[in-house]
Design a protein. Sequence first.
Length: 341
Amino acid sequence: MPARGPLKVPGPAQPLPAANPVRHDLPADRTLTVGAVAGLTARLRIAISGLAVAEATQRCFRMLWPLTPECAAAFHSLFRNPWNMVEMGQEGVAEVRCLPRFHEAELPTLLASCEPHIARRFMSWHEFPADSSLLARCRTLMNELQPVRPVIEKVERFRLAHHRPEMIGVHLRRGDYVGLRPDKTHNTDKAIEATDTFLDQYPDAGILLCTDEVVTGDSRDGDVRRRFTARYGDRLVQNAPATYDRSDPAAIEDALVDLWLLRSTTAFVGSDYSGFSELAFFGRAVPYRMVGDGSPAWKRLAWLSRLRFFNPLIRRLGRREFGVDHPLPFLIEHYSRKWLG
């Protein structure tokens, strides 16, 4: 892929894009409702996917957006786009969870449906065919998103103060993934390897590192910030969010600043299976590499999960040891360290 300069982040005075605007003149007797209770980037993927389907089926769009501990910020406190978001309190979670779940197999039927009102949760462009106009429209809608003025001003201040003409963006997800998907957090070495490869292509580039890592004494693959600082020195820049607590609206705004900074970089290295990493390059023509791999011990124990008896056994062991049910990847991580070192 040819080298490209950083994309221009729109300034606060720039109007919303006029091309392919979201339509608001569709008949109200045909609607598509989607909903989400997850974090910000999952909500954005659901919103954009739902908008694309609503447009393709000539339906009015709306999205249920409850404020939850996973995302305590309202859509219109973050974005200028006049999308129809029904912002709700915690009581809206139950309503969202009552929506039928979207499945890839039903897409052709849904697109041709004569039902006046359709509602789904977990609608995602991951379920759209790779060559479909729906997926192309999702990329366009992602590029039409415009954060509110305070977010854009923070992005511009940071870029003016710290960015070089070419920047390599790096996002390494930690946070809740340490427990939910520990197999995807053993990727520091591969992220450094990918960053070095991009530096061969862009030798004068700076490096923007974004991570929600919480440093603990038992980290096996090292302190991300420490290792990147030691390797890249003054070419490395980092934003410093005040908090990673997603129940605080300020943390959601800070995450959006990081996301828009990453979306202005020349090349990108991200965490496999991370929606935040995906949105950093989705709809952009930039080179990228996603990295994520379990430790050797994790891989050895994970192989046993192919055997029918293994998963029930390890879940029982975990329930006996912890008194609660933990996700299977967490249990494999825990017992791979405990048994295999």
